[in-house]
Write a protein that binds this ligand. Structure first.
Ligand SMILES: [Zn+2]
Length: 295
């Protein structure tokens, strides 16, 4: 099966014209290395008209979307594919309200599905950033504090983020994690998850980074009103304005999902040709997530 490539919506529309086209695509992703019955482990099966497979031994029938993040999609696989395409390819994502309007789906239903897509977008953590890395924190929601330094209180959501720089000083990759405060303990996980011990990390002079410098190569320099951290501040500005303009309210459990979505697109800006296929593959390989675990 040729995988779908590119960002052309007309080509996408030509390739996927019905729910059945999408199920065929899913079945080929799901059983790309052969079929194994989920009940009895048998390998022989019959392919049904809707690309489900029925085990030759125990007769269990499995649909291509079963036990994936496409499990029991209520609004049709074609709509689901389009939403994935829209979330993967543009530089700016869409809100559940916009998606609901465009596909004739209730915003709540769209929101749940979009959170599943964001789960699939979550970083594997398998490719820590190396080379030149900058780390900084920011807050989202509520009024921006005029006071310099780190405020510990307030309703604002706190985020620590890291970028890997290209040789030209541009953003190559971005990761963000929600944190409860700016202590060393809260700042550490982004290092553990996303930064290699070989990376040359630069932060401003915040004391919270000092204990982490025992395990990572951290250089602390004055921020100089952001002049020393231009690339990361541009990225922070982008992610903040995207979150604030796209999502009407940012509830605590969700901010990390928005960060996942932002990272997924940013970190694949060089491989946009295959981004849709990569996303579908992740959706298929992830375990199905029940609504109650999402909200
Ligand atoms: Zn079986």
């Amino acid at each position: 099966m040729p995988i779908f490539k590119g960002q052309n919506i007309v080509a996408f529309g030509r390739r996927f014209q019905s729910d059945l086209d999408c199920k065929k695509y899913l079945s080929e992703v799901k059983w790309s290395s052969g079929y194994t019955c989920r009940k009895c482990g048998h390998h022989g099966s019959q392919v049904r008209k809707d690309y489900s497979r029925t085990c030759n031994k125990c007769s269990d029938t499995e649909s291509p979307g079963a036990d994936t993040l496409f499990h029991k999609v209520k609004f049709g696989m074609l709509n689901a594919f389009h939403i994935c395409f829209e979330m993967a390819t543009p530089t700016k994502g869409m809100s559940a309200l916009q998606v609901g309007r465009r596909y004739g789906i209730r915003p709540d239903t769209a929101r749940v599905f979009m959170h599943k897509v964001r789960e699939a977008m979550k970083s594997s953590g398998n490719y820590p950033m190396d080379g030149e890395v900058h780390v900084d924190e920011f807050v989202v929601g509520g009024k921006e504090s005029e006071r310099p330094g780190r405020s510990y209180g307030g309703k604002k959501k706190k985020v620590v983020c890291a970028i890997e720089l290209t040789k030209e000083g541009k953003v190559k990759r971005f990761y963000g994690l929600q944190i409860k405060d700016f202590s060393a303990k809260s700042l550490r996980p982004i290092f553990e998850r996303h930064i290699s011990k070989e990376a040359k990390v630069t932060t401003d002079e915040w004391k919270g980074y000092r204990p982490i410098a025992k395990d990572f190569q951290i250089t602390q320099i004055p921020s100089d009103f952001g002049l020393n951290f231009k690339a990361i501040h541009t990225a922070i500005h982008q992610v903040k304005s995207w979150i604030c303009t796209t999502f009407s309210y940012v509830s605590k459990p969700h901010i990390e999902r928005y960060l996942n979505e932002y990272s997924f697109r940013t970190n694949r800006s060089q491989t946009k040709q295959t981004i849709f296929h990569m996303l579908v593959k992740r959706m298929v390989n992830a375990d199905k997530i029940f609504v109650e675990n999402l909200i």
